[in-house]
Design a protein around this ligand. Structure first.
Ligand SMILES: Cc1cc2nc3c(=O)[nH]c(=O)nc-3n(C[C@H](O)[C@H](O)[C@H](O)COP(=O)(O)OP(=O)(O)OC[C@H]3O[C@@H](n4cnc5c(N)ncnc54)[C@H](O)[C@@H]3O)c2cc1C
Length: 328
């Protein structure tokens, strides 16, 4: 029967790896055309720019690594050239434009886009099915039934509001999720001061601008701006309606008159939870069914999603697997 992981974001892939390490046959199903979830890279096509075929990161901007187990995973990905240390410094802007620079931990990016990180983490022993929606998980006699088919274990690795649509027993959480609209702007040349990313403070339109060319390392004149959650919430049914305001703010903050040659807006209804649940995952009391993702394990970050998925996979593996996973 094996285990089914629903969701091919980084938490689902981490969960699948841990289940597989425990000797469990595991399949991942994701409703998207490709796995990656919110570590999403859109490949430009038919853009009438020189950048067709180039991926742009339209979800997570970067990630950090602090936990020793995740640090080891990231180090191995750097070794394989899947991940690159990007920067420790971002600019900070206020209503009047750029005000300074702030320094923090190393932010990691991926030359082929962040989706490639998730794809690179899929173990050979794990089967992945994309464009595969799971509608309903129930528990009967201590065993998960997934769309009517019995499995040894089920892991729902996705935002809790999405998991609750699939499995009615997942408890509601008071933690709200904020939306983000990501606006991608392709220019014909660079016409702004050098920066990696800009935190835009106290602005009702934008919160963040990333230089995707510097992030990916090819210096393409591509910027990705994130729209303020309140403004995003008002445009969930017409994401492109926010483009004029987003562009005006981006040009003002960066002090450039340049207009992009291609623009697109992508909506994330459940972009980030506003707080973290103290537990690493949720587990059903009546059977091996769990929920993981960036709501748990000190989220809302890529690292938290990996840690949560990994912890759930180990717990499910210990419950139904052939071998006891080593202690953390
Ligand atoms: C705009 C934005 C900016 C961000 N910036 C950062 C950042 O700078 N740094 C950082 O660390 N994090 C950032 N994050 C957060 C980060 O992307 C997430 O924490 C992480 O990717 C979550 O991974 P996940 O596997 O838990 O969930 P997801 O990536 O959301 O994966 C869930 C998967 O489940 C699938 N799915 C859902 N329902 C079903 C179903 N019924 N059947 C089949 N499949 C289903 C979805 O298709 C999806 O692929 C950002 C997120 C967004 C949206």
């Amino acid at each position: 029967m094996g285990a089914l992981v629903v969701g091919g974001g980084i938490s689902g892939i981490a969960c699948a790896s841990a289940l597989s390490a425990a000797g469990v046959e595991v399949t991942v199903k994701d409703r998207g055309r490709r796995i990656g979830g919110r570590m999403a890279s859109r490949t430009l096509r038919d853009s009438a720019t020189p950048f067709d075929g180039r991926p742009v990161d339209i979800g997570a901007s970067y990630f950090t690594a602090r936990d020793p187990e995740f640090v080891a995973v990231v180090d191995a990905l750097v070794e394989r050239d899947v991940v690159r240390p990007w920067t420790t410094s971002f600019h900070v802007a206020g209503p009047g434009g750029i005000e300074g620079v702030t320094t923090g931990p190393m932010r990691y990016a991926a030359p082929r886009g962040l989706r490639s990180v998730v794809e690179a983490l899929v173990e050979e022993s794990v089967a992945v099915e994309s464009e595969a929606i799971v509608d309903n998980v129930t528990v009967a006699g201590g065993q998960p039934l997934i769309d009517g088919v019995a499995h040894d274990a089920a892991a729902l690795c996705m935002p809790v509001p999405q998991a609750r649509r699939v499995h009615a027993d997942v408890p509601d959480s008071p933690i709200t999720w904020e939306p983000v609209i990501a606006v991608t702007c392709v220019f014909d040349e660079r016409s702004w001061l050098e920066f990696d990313g800009v935190f835009v403070n106290d602005d009702p339109v934008l919160t963040w601008i990333a230089d995707d060319g510097r992030r990916r390392g090819d210096d393409a004149p591509v910027l990705v701006a994130h729209v303020h959650p309140v403004l995003s919430a008002g445009h969930l049914t017409d994401p492109s309606g926010v483009i004029p305001e987003a562009l005006a703010t981006l040009r003002r903050v960066l002090g450039t008159d340049a207009l992009p040659i291609w623009v697109d807006a992508h909506r994330w209804t459940y972009a980030k939870p506003l707080a973290a649940h103290p537990e690493p995952f949720w587990m059903h009391s009546e059977g091996p069914i769990g929920v993981a993702g960036d709501l748990w394990a000190d989220g809302p970050r890529v690292e938290a999603a990996w840690l949560s998925g990994h912890a759930l996979g180990r717990a499910l593996g210990a419950a139904v697997g052939e071998q006891t996973p080593p202690e953390r």
